[in-house]
Write a protein that binds this ligand. Structure first.
Ligand SMILES: *Cc1c(COP(=O)(O)O)cnc(C)c1O
Length: 239
């Protein structure tokens, strides 16, 4: 009996959760969110396994997480890696060297991305009501009216603030605003849902869903869910 706590990470349960999310997402791309070192389970290890499961796009929060994930995946796994913090001015060379895709989150970042030579592929984050980060619908409208010069957008995304409360009216409001934003850039692949949104229903899933916690064993609605298996198990001796 070891005298220390032990954390066990079950990568086959991770694979089964990925497949469950693919089945629920019914055709939308399932792009794992592996920020905060893969929710504490080791971003490189879980991402290599998720690549085997079929994942080809990943999200991290920070530039240094993206650089580390690129190394961890290696040349044989040329995944798309999106960085949710966006483009911190002065870091375009690092972004390009690691082949990352910053998700632009404010007009200053859009301006910084335009100056990058050669062009960077970018995502666009539009704020639909969570009020954490993102371009305003007006910024986005300006962008859509021809402001895309110098940029290669590959994704339009937003994030739900209340999806773990399925009956919350703010969800429908955010969905309506996201549809409006999407109508301005109809050719871009779109993504609104994290774990909870993926389970809310088909209209939330668009082209790509971005689950984090439910891949790693957390029920989408902040309680255990029979469709999701535990990935992390903690054992510790009782003193
Ligand atoms: C953290 C995060 C996710 C994943 O959220 P979960 O609730 O863990 O599924 C998706 N999108 C964005 C923008 C995030 O910040």
């Amino acid at each position: 009996m070891p005298h220390r706590a032990r954390l066990t990470v079950d990568l086959s349960a991770l694979d089964r959760n990925y497949r469950t999310l693919c089945a629920v997402a019914a055709g939308a791309e399932v792009a794992p969110v592996v920020k905060a070192d893969g929710y504490g389970l080791g971003a490189a290890r879980v991402s290599r396994r998720l690549w085997e499961s079929g994942a080809r796009s990943f999200f991290v929060a920070r530039l240094d997480e993206g650089e580390a994930l690129r190394k961890g995946l290696g040349e044989t796994r040329p995944a798309r890696i999106f960085v949710l913090d966006g483009l911190v001015p002065g870091t375009a060379d690092r972004v390009r060297r690691s082949g990352l895709i910053p998700v632009l989150a404010d007009p200053g970042q859009v301006a910084a991305a335009r100056q990058a030579e050669p062009q960077l592929e970018v995502g666009l984050h539009v704020d639909t009501g969570m009020n954490r980060q993102g371009l305003s619908p007006d910024d986005l409208a300006g962008f859509a009216r021809g402001g895309s010069a110098g940029l290669k957008p590959v994704l339009l995304m937003s994030h739900l603030g209340s999806a773990t409360l399925p009956g919350d009216p703010r969800n429908a409001l955010q969905l309506a605003r996201f549809r409006e934003a999407r109508s301005r850039l109809p050719d871009l692949p779109a993504s609104l849902a994290a774990s909870a949104g993926t389970f809310l229903g088909p209209e939330w899933r668009f082209d790509m869903v971005r689950p984090g916690v439910s891949l790693f064993g957390g029920g989408p609605f902040e309680q255990p869910d029979p469709r999701i298996e535990a990935v992390a198990t903690l054992d510790a001796p009782i003193l």
